[in-house]
Design a protein around this ligand. Structure first.
Ligand SMILES: [Zn+2]
Length: 177
């Protein structure tokens, strides 16, 4: 979805969900993993954990550590009332308002990027309650600009059932498209 913003700037807003049910995909040979990346941060984003988020600041920090181990950097992680959901320079983590359950999704990330520079301006991660293991790590991947990889056992698999903890192809030093 492309949105016109101001006079000339065209920004890119993407909403991407994480399926909770089994879904048939043809297995793909995973010898040469290439995961699409649509955008990236120009600096280390801060992480805002809304009071209504199903995960605590400490739990969020541990999901961030998974990405730190891959070479990504983040600024402060803090708790907030989140009066405004959109906050520039920030990955906001909050509780969804029931739409995820209705659409059979475990989590969803909305991110907003400048389509010319490819730099991300803000992202919002919505989680369901009760929370399902590994969903936040997956959504942080989207918040960093990564798209889905239909590789069995992979963190960025679009289906939770077929996904897993494999970080292949996700290192911070992998060149973006
Ligand atoms: Zn996803």
């Amino acid at each position: 979805m492309k949105m016109r913003c101001g006079k000339t700037a065209i920004a890119l807003m993407i909403i991407i969900g994480f399926m909770s049910s089994a879904f048939a995909f043809f297995p793909r040979r995973d010898t040469n993993i290439h995961i699409p990346k649509t955008a990236q941060w120009g600096y280390a984003p801060s992480i805002r954990v809304c009071k209504i988020s199903p995960l605590s600041v400490g739990e969020v920090a541990s999901a961030l550590q998974w990405w730190k181990d891959l070479g990504y950097e983040f600024d402060f992680v803090y708790s907030d009332h989140c009066q405004n959901l959109i906050k520039y320079g920030t990955i906001t983590i909050t509780l969804d308002r029931g739409q995820l359950f209705m659409n059979n999704l475990l989590g969803r990330t909305t991110f907003y990027a400048d389509s010319e520079t490819g730099f991300i301006a803000w992202t919002i991660i919505e989680l369901r309650s009760p929370y399902t293991d590994r969903v936040l790590e997956h959504e942080i991947g989207h918040a960093l600009g990564w798209m889905h990889a239909r590789v069995r056992g992979h963190m960025m698999h679009p289906n939770h059932f077929d996904g897993g903890w494999s970080p292949r192809g996700l290192s911070a030093d992998v060149a973006s498209d």
